[in-house]
Design a protein around this ligand. Structure first.
Ligand code: KG4
Ligand code: ZN
Length: 352
């Protein structure tokens, strides 16, 4: 069974074909990131317009790369939330149209849930070599860390899960993006902060960790702590504007602040993962979302947990169509509900 996955929730226009829920046949991603860099974040109207321009070529390329024609495709899966409404609309309307024209079942996919499913890809006809060797086993603890989400979810089985906890304010990726801005580092902030963090010492500054009850997180406090620390370092008070900080901070101050934040933000996640691991004894722990490509996260988790960990390659951690297609395969195989191609709507605030 071959499913096409279409993803347009943010600034990546992506289409991919996955066979039987684990074999990656194509993975085409066109990003409009370059258009957003000068604004320091994704501009929704620019992203939506860019999706319209590239969605058809991206879908065509995903078929060509997989050596497929429409007759070979058994269903279409599309992200319908959460995300930017104008961006989601382009993917959903394209998928609905294709489902009607080619008479294929349509599967409505939750973006956050899809991120987890990049961990189920274990084979690839493409040249990528860093995918997992085996599928995760249930019960499975999923650590979802992206620009829009920070959640811990316990899966008893496919489509049977409990949300253990989530961020009460900023998502972790969002906090990385804001800290990068304070330090004058380019967008997206996560990779920029991690890169300069390698040059600094995480012990130079003692940034506070937010203490939240249960499995919830908070990243707004640590982000503000970075702002106050930066202001104090140059001898200014809390009313000194954040956009003027970067030019006054020395390189040493920047790399050490980046190193401290990188360490503390990731440790906040890992502390709760450890707690959940002890309480629920899952047979596997998976990470998903853009921040899952963080080397610091991979390192700290490997040290903290007693089970062998496998990670998807970074290309499958950031937004892509392969994760959408993979979840679509499981929906189709396990008889989950199909969507109405004449009615499926976007849900920008969809949660798990
Ligand atoms: O999943 P994703 O591509 O988009 C959303 O659905 O949000 O995640 C993007 C986020 C950005 O905030 C980016 O700064 C963060 O993932 N990110 C990282 C790293 N790589 C990407 N954060 C920390 N360390 C990284 N290495
Ligand atoms: Zn995402």
């Amino acid at each position: 069974m071959k499913i096409m996955g279409i993803e347009t929730s943010c600034d990546e226009t992506a289409a991919s074909i996955v066979e039987n829920g684990d074999l990656l046949l194509s993975n085409v991603v066109a990003s409009s990131m370059d258009l957003h860099v000068k604004y320091g974040g994704v501009v929704p109207e620019v992203a939506a317009r860019s999706h319209i321009e590239v969605i058809i070529p991206v879908i065509r390329q995903s078929l060509a790369d997989a050596n497929c024609i429409w007759d070979d495709i058994d269903g279409i899966a599309v992200t319908y939330g959460a995300g930017l409404s104008g961006s989601l609309l382009v993917g959903v309307l394209s998928a609905r149209t294709l489902a009607i024209i080619f008479n294929k079942p349509l599967y409505a996919i939750n973006h956050v849930e899809a991120h987890i499913y990049s961990n189920f890809i274990t084979h690839s006809s493409l040249s990528s070599k860093k995918i997992r060797n085996s599928k995760p086993e249930f019960p499975m603890l999923a650590v979802i860390v992206s620009g829009g989400h920070s959640q811990l979810v316990l899966f008893k089985d496919h489509f049977n899960y409990t949300l253990l906890g989530q961020t009460q304010d900023d998502a972790i990726g969002e906090a990385f993006d804001k800290v990068a801005k304070i330090l004058g580092l380019p967008y997206p902030g996560g990779p920029s902060v991690e890169k300069v963090a390698k040059l600094g010492d995480p012990k130079t500054f003692d940034l506070p960790k937010a203490k939240m009850s249960g499995y919830d997180f908070s990243f707004s406090g640590p982000k503000t702590a970075v702002l106050r620390l930066a202001q104090a370092q140059i001898g200014e008070t809390y009313d000194f504007p954040s956009y003027k900080l970067a030019e006054r901070l020395s390189e040493a101050q920047k790399v050490n602040i980046a190193a401290s934040f990188n360490h503390v933000a990731i440790e906040t996640i890992v502390d709760k993962v450890k707690l959940a691991y002890e309480e629920f004894s899952p047979r596997s722990v998976v990470i998903a979302g853009g921040v899952a490509s963080s080397n610091e996260l991979r390192k700290q988790l490997t040290e903290a947990l007693p089970l062998p960990l496998e990670f998807p390659e970074p290309k499958l951690c950031t937004d892509n169509g392969a994760m959408v297609a993979t979840l679509g395969c499981y929906k189709a195989a396990l008889g989950q509900e199909v969507a109405d191609p004449y009615a499926l709507d976007v849900e920008p605030n969809l949660s798990m």
